[in-house]
Design a protein around this ligand. Structure first.
Ligand code: HEC
Ligand code: HEC
Length: 410
């Protein structure tokens, strides 16, 4: 089999691009993927950003919690949609309701006096009001949907639930002589593994000055408005992960197609660190995102407006607020993974994030560094760690000795 960088097959396994800092994580720029290339026949061979959308590989740690948050938010938004129709019919006049879930505003929804919907003021989410937490564009509903897509795109493995007899009329859709390439059970296993990966936590340096800097940085992060999009914590009402989900579209196994969902508790099962459970049974997700799309570029800061292809139903310049809970060891940054430092990522925030960036720029250099120190403390930790891990004291590298040695031997 010959590999092809743009449209795949491009790796021997998922780990080829999801390994940083551990298996299931993200990767460097060299593992970028070229979105949109698989839809074209013949495959696009150029990686010119003018014709392909290049994306950096993201980490799946904490993905179980993120997906369940998105499902709960979708349920809320669909409830509001049903209410606005019912209320307008009952009142025989138009009604306008805020689309608010878990403290995140997705604009407004209105209905006319005969219950006809008006979605003009919906923002940051698709018009079907399904919160799609996957891909940096926010265009994919579930881990399962994307796992089936990734299997095909990256490895030429066609899962039965999308490419099998039922939907395509053949057990060998890609005509490679291999029938029914991956079972539904195998896809479930892949999803459960991703959903149960440990959640990112905090790595706190032993040095006291660094500890104080991190605390100050965390406070400043909220004070200057970064937390309006990167929300420090969201509440997951029901911390039980269930598979398959109820918002999957055709080609991805749906809840109604199974007699029983597979479930596990995100707060008590799987490798540590796990989600924190509150006494009322809910869980805290400290992911620093609102699962909403924003446009954070403008003429002055055009960096994040660097794509030219439409994906799904999302505007070209909008991306999901990136979750930051693993930002300290998942460099490089930005959806194209082309920013080498956290500082560069912050300095390129424009558009809806312009005021927050200006506030950042208005801080002293030392105060800016506290925010960066705080962000660096949020990391994917080794399996089995506690949520907050004290860093081992750094052993100094023997440069001084080396210098002395070189001076002596000159
Ligand atoms: C060639 C590199 C590559 C390979 C191989 C690869 N991925 Fe990915 N993966 C990526 C990139 C890049 C993204 C980010 C895409 C985006 O944001 O548009 C991604 C995103 C994802 C996401 C969405 C995560 C998120 O944060 O939105 C999931 C889930 C995923 N991959 C699963 C898999 C699985 C499962 C496999 C193996 C079947 C796999 N990937 C193989 C590069 C790869
Ligand atoms: C209007 C919403 C919004 C505000 C306000 C905002 N951000 Fe972001 N942030 C985003 C979005 C959206 C992305 C993803 C950008 C992309 O890659 O397309 C992002 C990405 C980032 C990244 C890159 C993470 C990565 O892994 O690539 C960092 C770091 C970051 N933001 C820090 C901050 C800081 C610090 C502030 C406050 C000065 C801030 N953000 C304010 C929306 C926002």
């Amino acid at each position: 089999m010959s590999f092809l960088r743009t449209a795949g097959p491009d790796a021997n396994s998922c780990v080829g691009c999801h390994f940083q800092p551990f298996v299931g994580g993200g990767a460097e720029f060299m593992a970028n993927v070229f979105a949109g290339t698989t839809q074209r026949e013949p495959a696009v061979l150029s990686i010119d950003p003018a014709i392909v959308s290049e994306r950096g590989s993201t980490e799946m740690n904490g993905s179980g919690a993120i997906e369940m948050l998105a499902r709960e938010m979708t349920m809320d938004l669909h409830g509001i949609r049903a209410n606005v129709i019912a209320e307008s019919k009952r009142a025989r006049s138009s009604v306008r309701l805020p689309l608010l879930t878990k403290g995140v505003s997705f604009g407004f929804i209105s209905a006319s006096k005969i219950g006809q919907l008006d979605l003009k003021e919906v923002e940051g989410v698709d018009r079907d009001l399904v919160v799609r937490p996957w891909l940096q564009k926010g265009t994919v509903t579930s881990l399962r949907t994307f796992t089936v897509t990734a299997l095909n795109h990256h490895h030429g493995i066609q899962a039965v639930e999308r490419f099998g007899m039922d939907l395509t009329g053949t057990p060998d859709f890609d005509r490679d002589g291999k029938l029914d390439e991956l079972t539904t059970g195998d896809v479930t296993a892949l999803v459960l593994w991703q959903a149960s990966l440990n959640i990112p936590g905090r790595r706190i340096p032993s040095d006291n000055t660094a500890k104080i800097a991190i605390e100050k940085g965390e406070e400043a992060f909220s004070r200057i408005g970064c937390s309006s999009c990167h929300i420090p914590s969201l509440t997951l009402n029901n911390p039980i992960f269930s598979e398959p989900g109820q918002y999957n579209l055709e080609g991805t196994l749906h809840r109604r197609q199974v007699s029983r969902q597979f479930t596990f508790d995100l707060t008590s099962e799987g490798p540590r660190p796990r989600l924190e459970r509150r006494s009322d049974g809910t869980a805290i997700v400290r992911a620093f995102t609102d699962l909403k799309r924003h446009r954070i570029c403008d003429r002055e800061k055009p960096h994040f407006c660097n794509e030219s292809l439409v994906q799904g139903f999302a505007p070209i310049d909008e991306f999901l607020t990136r979750r930051l809970w693993g930002v300290g060891n998942t460099d490089p940054y930005g959806h194209r993974a082309d920013l080498t430092t956290i500082r560069e990522a912050i300095e390129n925030h424009g558009g809806e994030a312009r005021l927050a960036r200006l506030s950042f720029e208005g801080l002293t250099f030392a105060d800016q560094e506290t925010i960066i120190a705080f962000l660096k403390s949020m990391q994917i930790l080794p399996d089995g760690s506690s949520l907050v891990m004290d860093e081992e004291p750094v052993v100094p590298l023997p440069y001084q000795e080396l210098k002395e040695y070189l001076a002596e031997t000159k």
